[in-house]
Design a binder for this molecule. Structure first.
Ligand code: C2O
Ligand code: CU
Ligand code: CU
Length: 495
């Protein structure tokens, strides 16, 4: 009897996992399932009210609702100023901006400005909680080069859920350089917010995050549109790609084999456009590309399997259909950014971060009251990330970096520009030349973390302070308990 059981159990295990694994692989695609029949939603540009001192005031309301993604089905979702995703915010370098972020959900959340340079207390990380029914009012001056940044919640342990349900949006910063590129929003300049979802039979968002990476779904939304097409009316189109997925990486390209010009990475424009056929983005990363069209052309923006865990699978993302008459645009300048490239001094401080299987960073999990690193404001340092686990990526708040090398080799061209998030392949060592923002605050920490949201929620995150240079050893590496901090935040917000 015992021998019989010993035999049958492995057989059963093999059968169950074998089949599950098999169907999983077969289904890592949506090719052939789409008809491209829904016009791509373009998130509205949020109009500010402008006060007498010129401050642009924006209002964002987090709310729940229902959204029609799939034919004949209504999906329960979250959004900002709407039922899914949020409006696009567009400002210029030098603008002073102020936000009222109203939480109409029945749970607490936060709103983080991913890629923004600002005082830590305005960052919207896990310490700037917005309780249900309350309003958070951050404000700062936009002081960084043009970039496509974005916003999303950053609640300790809940970020994956809040983003997955729909809280995210694009935040465009313009400057003199960026205006040389197509900039007519919704005409020749489009955000493309790409997310994968798993729907239940009745069309609800499945929150079963089946894999060690979190949710990997086979249904793709672009700007919250399922099965989308975009009618192109200009010869030259700028696409701001944002991977706002929980875990999936996309390897973008066009099915007719056309090339495009990469003009910006996460944190700003390249010095010169780079001609490419593929670009890979892991969660949190952005890229701006410029694509040329001839009248009547059709092509599909596709994600080509890049293998390796989160990049597995082939997905049609968006059909682009050029009109029979296209408006002319000015040719793309050969010199884009005039911002000097990021360099670190020879004796730059080197900090090392180890990523391991247990979703740890340097053998620790995130703790809200522990400061892991103290960095002089405005410092230029080398951060070295060693990945001993599975696929991860790495994002630093209030910083811009350039990839120095990956396993000792120069990074691929498509990620050679200014960045704030980087894919860290399984087993790789990635070295970054990091330039930190020039805002000092010894009391409010900033984050660095894996941007695979399940990993971030599981504690693969650390906290650093940006402090006045020379005061690094004077600051406390222990924060007041979160209760006290909440009270303090409430007081700062005038409650
Ligand atoms: Cu996009 Cu710390 O986050
Ligand atoms: Cu961020
Ligand atoms: Cu990770």
């Amino acid at each position: 009897m015992k021998a019989y059981i010993k035999l049958i159990i492995p057989l059963l295990v093999l059968l169950v996992f074998g089949l599950a694994g098999c169907s999983g692989d077969n289904k890592a695609t949506n090719v052939g399932e789409l008809h491209f029949k829904n016009s791509l939603r373009i998130p509205q540009l949020l109009q500010p009210t402008i006060s007498s001192d010129g401050t642009k005031h924006f209002k964002l309301t987090m709310q729940s609702g229902t959204t029609k993604f799939l034919p004949g089905k209504l999906t329960k979702t979250w959004g900002l100023n709407g039922s899914y995703l949020g409006p696009t915010i567009r400002v210029s370098r030098g603008d002073h901006v102020a936000f009222d972020v109203v939480n109409h959900l029945d749970v607490a959340s936060t709103l983080h400005w991913h890629g923004m340079k600002l005082p830590a207390v305005m960052d919207g990380g896990p310490h700037q909680m917005i309780e249900a029914g309350e309003t958070w009012s951050p404000h700062w001056t936009i002081d960084q080069p043009a970039a496509s940044v974005w916003y999303h919640p950053h609640v300790m342990g809940k970020t994956a859920q809040h983003v997955y349900r729909g809280l995210a949006g694009m935040f465009i910063i313009d400057d003199q350089d960026s205006k040389k590129l197509p900039s007519n929003y919704g005409v020749d300049d489009f955000p493309l917010i790409v997310q994968d979802k798993k729907f239940t039979k009745d069309g609800q968002l499945s929150e079963k995050d089946g894999t060690t990476y979190g949710t990997l779904g086979n249904d793709i939304l672009v700007n919250g549109t399922y099965d989308p097409f975009l009618k192109v009316t200009a010869r030259t189109v700028r696409l701001r790609l944002l991977n706002a997925s929980n875990a999936r990486a996309y390897n973008f390209g066009f099915t007719d084999g056309r090339s495009f010009k990469l003009v910006a990475n996460d944190a700003g424009l390249l010095e010169k456009p780079i001609k490419l056929k593929r670009i890979t983005l892991s969660p949190g990363e952005r890229a701006e590309i410029v694509v040329e069209f001839k009248p009547g052309e059709k092509t599909i923006l596709h994600s080509y399997s890049s293998g390796g865990e989160i990049g597995n699978g082939d997905f049609d993302l968006l059909k682009l259909v050029a009109a029979s008459k296209l408006t002319k645009s000015t040719p793309i300048a050969s010199e884009l950014s005039t911002v000097p490239s990021i360099t670190v001094p020879k004796n730059a401080k080197v900090r090392q971060f180890k990523m391991t299987m247990e979703f740890n960073l340097n053998d620790k999990k995130m703790k809200m009251d522990r400061i892991d690193e103290v960095v002089p404001a405005g410092a230029k340092e080398i951060w070295e990330i060693d990945n001993f686990g599975s696929a991860h990526n790495f994002h630093i708040h209030d910083a811009t970096f350039r990839i120095l090398d990956i396993n000792g080799e120069k990074p691929p061209k498509y990620e050679s520009g200014r960045k704030d998030t980087v894919f860290i392949p399984n087993g790789a060592t990635v070295r970054l030349a990091v330039e930190f923002a020039n805002y000092a605050d010894p009391n409010h920490p900033l984050m660095y973390h894996c941007h695979l949201l399940k990993h971030e929620d599981a504690g693969m995150m650390g906290q650093f302070l940006l402090v006045k240079p020379g005061t690094e050893s004077e600051v406390s590496k222990k924060l007041p308990s979160s209760d006290m901090e909440n009270q303090q935040n409430h007081m700062e917000n005038g409650h």
